[in-house]
Structures are given as structure tokens and as C-alpha cells.
Ligand binder design. Sequence first.
Ligand code: NAP
Length: 307
Amino acid sequence: MTIHLAIVGIGKIVRDQHLPAVAGNADYRLVAAASRNGRVEGIENFGTIEAMLAAVPSIDAVSLCMPPQYRYTAAVQALEAGKHVFLEKPPGATLSEVEDLAARADAKGVSLFASWHSRHAPAVEAARAFLAGTRVRSMRVSWKEDVRQWHPGQDWIWQPGGLGVFDPGINALSIVTRILAQPVFATEATLEFPENRDAPIAATIRFSDADGLDLLAEFDWRQTGPQSWDIEAETGAGTMRLSGGGATLSVDGMTVHAEPEQEYPSLYRHFAALVRAGRSDVDLAPLRHVADAFMLGRREMVEAFHD
Ligand code: NAP
């Protein structure tokens, strides 16, 4: 069965990743798009998801790629119309609304996928396997990038629910929560808010676990020069370094796993498997850690940010 797919919220990530990944996967046929301004060539385009769902009954599944603050309403419309739903990350603006979506998907008997693209980076499963066989003593997460380079002109990211530096930072947390064998929890956090913005530009979170793990995560959007998306762990089997956002795994300086990046093709393969199996995949752990940081964190006001 070919999955007739529609995409909603045609912007940067749709053009960069979703369209090529769907085009390269024979399980899907892209049949429609909905966006206020964006368009996809060669298929039917609509201004709203309501108009699209009403006009194209053959749609089986919908990918929702607008900013997180606007995902819930669209997801309810798609689920209530009996469509399978792929949520871009983060899956919503709050934990409660995503839990509601999961319950609605169950009630309708359709699949809901809360995607975490960084979990599909090439070396993440190898890191998980490495850590499963050893004791982790400490871990350092360094996710530091230049917001002006990666998010030019994106206002939603600075608005309530946009998550600020946690928009990329949640990718690191999605990896950490995949590769560690047991749950961690935040013990303290500092969030730095530009005085003219409603979301943090930098954050530091300390985590621990039942065995007293020492985990420090540093997120910063003011990084110019070399960017870092790295996770390093001191373990009983040596120093593990997962670098490049999950692309490369090294142990004691030796590369043990490196493959070309295939995150979105892998996400779409997983979504097709969920649809076929009649299952959902909604892991809220990364979003919960961000919520905990907002709940627990000390706030510091820092210099105003201008694009
Ligand atoms: P974007 O280009 O700023 O936004 C995507 C599209 O959403 C916009 O082009 C816009 O299309 C629509 N949109 C914007 N505001 C809206 C609103 N108020 N109501 C309804 N639709 C609205 O953002 P993006 O970079 O593609 O990111 C979208 C999502 O993908 C985010 O959750 C982000 O975390 C995630 N993501 C982004 C990247 C990346 O590298 N950029 C990577 C992975 C995941 P219209 O104006 O046509 O409606």
C-alpha cells in the first residue's frame, strides 16, 4: 500500500529535508500541501489544512512542519479526520497537548509519530550499544551554534513556546535520552534570556540519575566560529565522543563509527513501518527535560538580541 502523504507548513525544513526524503521513498506518494504562503510544485496546494483535508479525501497521512506553537490545532484536525500524523520536533508547545494527541490517535486507531530526527543520526545506535556495555561516570553535552547562521529571521523561535536555544538543544536531549540506559533528571539549571526576548539564548542544565551520574549540558546560541554538537562520556571502557550531532562515534580518540547522514530518510522509513504496524511512537522525554529546565531553572537577563 502506498501511503498518500500531505505536508503542512512549507518552510525551511520541508524544503531541505522532507521533500527529498519523501521523493526517495517508494512507500509514499506526496499528494497535497497546505501552507499560508509556501507551495510545493507539481501537487495540489491549499492555504489551510481544513481546506486540504476537505478537498483531498485520499490523504492517508499528514506531516506537520510548522513551528511547534501551531502544531496542536492542525494535529487535532488531521487525527479527527482519521489521518496518520508525523509531528516535526518538538512535537508541541506543551507536554499536555502532545499527551492529548497521543490519546486521540489511540482512540481513532491511527499512528502518531513524535519524530526526533537527531536520534536517526548515523552513530547514535552505535553509541547506545557502546554505553550499554559499560558504566558511565560522567557526560558532557556541548551544543553551541550561531543562531544568526541557522535561524535567520525566525521570530517564532524567540516567542513563548518557541523554546529558544532548546530548539537545537532538544536534539541533544533526544540523543542523550536514547543512548543512556536509565532515566536522568535535571537537578539544577540556568537559563539566559535576552532582555528583549521571551525565550533563552543560552542554558546550562545539570542532570543526575539513580547512580549519581554527573551530566552537564551546555547550550549556547552565541557561538561564532567552530560550531559544536558534541556529547562526551567518561566510561569504564574509555572516553566516548559522539560528535557532529550524532554523525561520528570515537572511543579514546579512535573513530569507531562514521556514516553519511540519513536522518530524514530514516525517519520516513520508521513512520511507514509504524503506519503498517498500526502503532504510534510518542516519546516525550526530551520535551519533559526542557519543561523541567524551565520549571527548575534560575533566570538571568542578558544583553538584548537583534538579528
Ligand atoms: P520555518 O521555515 O520558520 O517555518 C515553517 C513554516 O511554518 C513557515 O514557512 C510557515 O509557512 C509556517 N508557519 C510559520 N508561522 C506559522 C503560524 N503562525 N501558523 C501556521 N504556520 C506557520 O521553520 P523551519 O525551520 O522549517 O522549522 C519548522 C519546524 O521544524 C520547527 O519545529 C523546527 O524545530 C523543526 N526543524 C527545523 C530544522 C531546521 O534546520 N530549520 C531542522 C529540524 C527540525 P507559511 O507561511 O507558508 O504558512
